[in-house]
Design a protein around this ligand. Structure first.
Ligand code: ATP
Ligand code: MG
Length: 253
């Protein structure tokens, strides 16, 4: 049975996709069979693993609304043990169509059941919203990873996200756990980062990953080459950091 992890935070640009792609690739390198699921109409994780969006024939959209089987829509990548269920902009219309399906929050979960024996980990990259797409991801997930930036508004966003988690647990998925909070674009020398971390630790001390992800130009360059960081800059600091998070992750779930 695969372990399903949703990477979610309704706040935009906090490092969801970067973390999902690079942790997925790091797990693949460690010998785990990994499926990435792109649940964001922006398709950033699709291009991030080297799949051109205009080459995608069947996508997560088709799977969600029942136009394709998940096996038909999954494509291999050039990276070790890493496959992807890609997305295209068509997914932006799914919100409306899902609304017409009964128990639509289960669509992704039901689709993933067909490949549960094929992968060790399923890593779902969510859009920056608490939309039906994110609810589908949280309903399918065993664990939630929350990438966040150490800034003031992050804390406000976090309590909103925790409310959604509570609602999903009550209504659709009682087994959903918070696997961890990952601090991204971290600069320990900033006073603000220190203050935010202090505040976070008051409430979520044991949830915060020990490893933090530093700001790095290489990390922001890699998607432009369609490569996870461990292939783009194998000996760099970010590769080590994401390998360390992946190591922590497998001990948690
Ligand atoms: P969205 O909400 O739009 O889906 P996101 O939460 O998935 O965004 P990313 O796309 O991963 O966030 O990151 C936002 C931007 O910050 C991207 O340009 C990415 O390359 C860059 N970035 C992410 N992490 C780092 C980092 N540690 N150092 C430098 N740049 C980073
Ligand atoms: Mg993203």
């Amino acid at each position: 049975m695969s372990k399903v992890l949703a990477f979610a935070n309704q706040k935009g640009g906090v490092g969801k996709t970067t973390s999902a792609v690079n942790i997925a690739a790091a797990l693949g390198k460690r010998g785990k069979k990994v499926l990435m699921v792109d649940m964001d109409p922006q398709g950033n994780s699709t291009s991030g693993v080297g799949i051109g969006k205009n080459t995608v024939k069947k996508s997560s959209y088709d799977v969600l609304i029942g136009n394709a089987t998940i096996q038909d829509a999954i494509s291999p990548t050039e990276f070790k043990n890493l496959s992807i269920l890609p997305s295209t902009i068509a997914l932006a219309g799914a919100e409306f169509e899902l609304g017409e399906i009964e128990h639509c929050e289960n669509c992704l979960k039901n689709a993933l059941a067909a490949v549960a024996d094929t992968y060790d980990y399923v890593i779902i990259d969510c859009p920056p919203s608490l939309s039906q797409l994110t609810v589908n991801a949280l309903t399918a997930a065993d664990g939630l990873v929350i990438p966040m930036q150490c800034e003031f508004f992050a804390l406000e966003g976090l309590s909103q996200l925790m409310n959604s988690v509570k609602r999903v647990r009550q209504s659709y998925n009682p087994r959903l756990e918070i696997t961890g909070i990952l601090l991204t674009m971290y600069n320990g020398r900033l006073i603000l980062s220190g203050q935010v971390v202090k505040e976070l630790k008051k409430y979520y001390a044991e949830k915060i990953f020990k490893t933090t992800i530093s700001r790095s130009v290489k990390l922001s360059e890699a998607p432009g080459f369609g490569k996870p960081i461990c292939y783009y800059d194998p000996f760099g600091k970010s590769t080590q950091e994401y390998a360390d998070v992946a190591k922590e992750l497998v001990l948690r779930i």
